[in-house]
Design a protein around this ligand. Structure first.
Ligand code: BTN
Length: 275
C-alpha cells in the first residue's frame, strides 16, 4: 500500500504557505469533520483552523444525504473561515473550494478535473469530490463558515453505495492504481490558502473566471432539480454572487441559487435535449 499517514499534517511544517497560528487537527475517527469544525468554531477557533479525519462515522452531504467515509482511503476535511461578508456571498466560497480541489487533482496527478455548479468536482463526468459549506450568521454578518470537503482518492467501486444517486468515482479508479493521500492534502490546503488570500484581496472576480474555465457545462444545456422545482436552459455562467445564470426557452435569464444539475448536453451536441 502507498504511504498513507495523514498525521504529519498536524505539524504544518509540510505546508509551504499555511500561516502559523492556524491549527490543523488530524483525527482518527470523528462523527463528521464539519460537526467537529463547527464545535471548534463555536468555541472561538481561529480562521484557517482545519479538521481532517481518517474516517467519519456520520459523514454528511448536501440535502440531508450521507457521505460514505471509510477509513484510510479518502480525504475528509473541514476548514473554518471567518470572512467579513454578508451571507448571500457565502456560495462564492464553495466555488472557491471546488476550484482548489480540481486544481489539486491536476497538480498532483495531471488529471483533467472539472467543476460542476454548485458543489461538485468531476473526473470523466463522474463525481470525485463534494463540498458542504455551512454558515453561522447573525444580523451583523457571517460569524463563521465551515467548508467541508470530501475527496474520493482510493475508494474502490465496491465501497460506493449499491444504488448510487449519481455516477461517482475515485482517483484510484480513474488511474487504475492507489495514490498517496498526504501530498494531495498538502497541495489542497496550499491552494485553498492561495485562493482565499486572492479572494480577500481582489474579491470573487478572479476566482469566478478560473472556475468558469474549469466548468465544461457552460454554453451547454442543463436541467436542474431542486430549489424552486425543475428548470432547464442554457448555462451561461455564474454571476458575481455565485448564482448560476440560465437562459430559459423564452430567452429570459434566470439566476438559480440552489439545486442540482441532473442532465447536461454539451454545446454543439445535436442529440435531443434533456427534457
Ligand atoms: C455533497 O456532495 O453532498 C457534499 C459532501 C461533503 C462531504 C464532506 S467530507 C468532510 C466534511 N464532513 C462532512 O460530514 N461532510 C463534508
Amino acid at each position: 500500500m502507498v504511504p498513507d499517514d495523514l498525521r504529519p499534517l498536524a505539524s504544518a511544517a509540510e505546508l509551504a504557505t499555511w500561516r502559523p497560528g492556524r491549527p490543523i487537527r488530524v483525527l482518527e475517527t470523528v462523527d463528521s469533520t464539519n460537526c467537529e469544525a463547527r464545535r471548534l468554531a463555536e468555541r472561538g477557533a481561529a480562521e484557517g483552523t482545519v479538521v481532517i479525519a481518517d474516517a467519519q462515522t456520520g459523514g454528511r452531504g448536501r440535502m440531508g444525504r450521507s457521505w460514505v467515509s471509510p477509513p484510510g482511503v479518502n480525504l475528509y476535511l473541514s476548514l473554518v473561515l471567518r470572512p467579513k461578508l454578508t451571507p448571500r456571498h457565502a456560495p462564492q466560497l464553495t466555488l472557491l473550494a471546488s476550484l482548489a480541489v480540481a486544481e489539486a487533482l491536476e497538480s498532483c496527478f495531471g488529471l483533467d478535473a472539472a467543476v460542476k455548479w454548485p458543489n461538485d468536482v468531476l473526473l470523466g463526468g463522474k463525481k470525485v469530490a463534494g463540498l458542504l459549506g455551512e454558515i453561522a450568521a447573525t444580523m451583523a454578518g457571517i460569524e463563521y463558515i465551515v467548508m467541508g470537503i470530501g475527496l474520493n482518492l482510493n475508494m474502490s467501486a465496491a465501497q460506493f453505495p449499491e444504488r448510487p444517486l449519481y455516477a461517482a468515482t475515485s482517483v484510484a479508479i480513474e488511474k487504475g492504481e492507489p495514490v498517496p493521500r498526504l501530498p494531495v492534502a498538502i497541495r489542497l490546503l496550499e491552494l485553498l490558502d492561495d485562493y482565499y488570500r486572492l479572494f480577500l484581496k481582489e474579491g470573487f472576480a478572479p476566482i469566478r473566471s478560473r472556475w468558469e474555465r474549469r466548468c465544461p457545462m457552460l454554453g451547454g444545456f442543463v436541467e436542474l432539480d431542486g430549489g424552486s422545482g425543475a428548470v432547464s436552459g442554457e448555462a451561461l455562467g455564474i454571476d458575481a454572487d455565485g448564482a448560476l445564470l440560465l437562459r430559459l426557452g423564452d430567452g429570459r435569464v434566470e439566476r438559480v441559487l440552489s439545486g442540482d444539475i441532473v442532465a447536461f448536453q454539451a454545446p454543439g451536441d445535436p442529440s435531443p435535449r434533456p427534457r
